[in-house]
Structure formats: structure tokens, C-alpha cells
Design a protein around this ligand. Structure first.
Ligand SMILES: [Zn+2]
Length: 130
């Protein structure tokens, strides 16, 4: 089972450590000035997500509202909140997680959704080796 495209924010080694540092979230998002107001609104929505399923719903809502810009321009998808559980070792195409699920961006359907983590190794099913 594989995603259609390969995307990754950072090498896994860079993904460790504190996840949410507010002053670091906006670093690369200033390119599009017209996205500024929306960015604040959508970042707040993301920060207010109650759990992983809620986060997926919020991201889908945001994507549905956007027309001329992509979600990457209004939400720092590389610094989404996480909801417990151990960090997966391989976070390629894994955008957030909780103890049992990971958040994936299903490009084929243009929808964010959840997938079960492997109960043995905790990795994404498409990264699991057994
Ligand atoms: Zn596994």
C-alpha cells in the first residue's frame, strides 16, 4: 500500500524534539502576502483541534475553502499538533499521529484521513516492515 506521491517535511532525524514552537511556525509562510489573514485564521483552527480525527476534519474543511492557494500556504503542515503515542520512526508522509493512528494526506482523493498504526512496531502501515 503506497501513496501516489512522496512528500516529506524534514528528515526523520530532524523531526525529533519539541513539536510546537509558535515562533518557529511562521518562518517559511510569508511568501504569499494575501494568505496572511487566512493563515492566522486557519492556524488557529488547527491549533484548536481536539484530537487527530478532529484535525483531519479541520484540514479537510480548510482545503475545501481554499481556491487559489494550497493548504501549505495557510497551514504549517510540517508542524501540525500531535496527540500522544510514541513518535513514528519514519515520518515520511506521516503528518500527525496519536497512539493508534496516523494522519495521511490522501492525494488521490485530496482528503486528509487517518490510518491505523501497526500495533507491533507503531509505524505507518506503508512503512511497516512485517
Ligand atoms: Zn509493524
Amino acid at each position: 500500500m503506497h501513496m501516489q506521491t512522496m512528500r516529506s517535511c524534514l528528515a526523520d532525524s530532524e523531526r525529533q524534539g519539541p513539536v510546537m514552537l509558535p515562533e518557529m511556525q511562521t518562518v517559511h509562510m510569508g511568501q504569499r502576502q494575501e494568505g496572511g489573514g487566512k493563515m492566522m485564521k486557519y492556524q488557529k483552527m488547527v491549533a484548536g483541534a481536539l484530537n487527530l480525527a478532529d484535525l483531519a476534519n479541520i484540514l479537510n474543511t480548510i482545503r475545501d475553502e481554499l481556491d487559489d492557494i494550497t493548504i501549505d500556504q495557510v497551514v504549517d503542515v510540517c508542524n501540525l499538533p500531535v496527540y500522544g503515542g510514541n513518535d513514528p520512526k519514519n515520518t515520511t508522509e506521516v503528518w500527525s499521529w496519536d497512539a493508534e493512528n496516523i494522519l495521511v494526506d490522501n492525494n488521490g482523493q485530496n482528503k486528509w484521513g487517518l490510518m491505523k498504526r501497526c500495533p507491533i512496531c507503531g509505524e505507518a502501515p506503508f512503512h511497516c516492515k512485517h
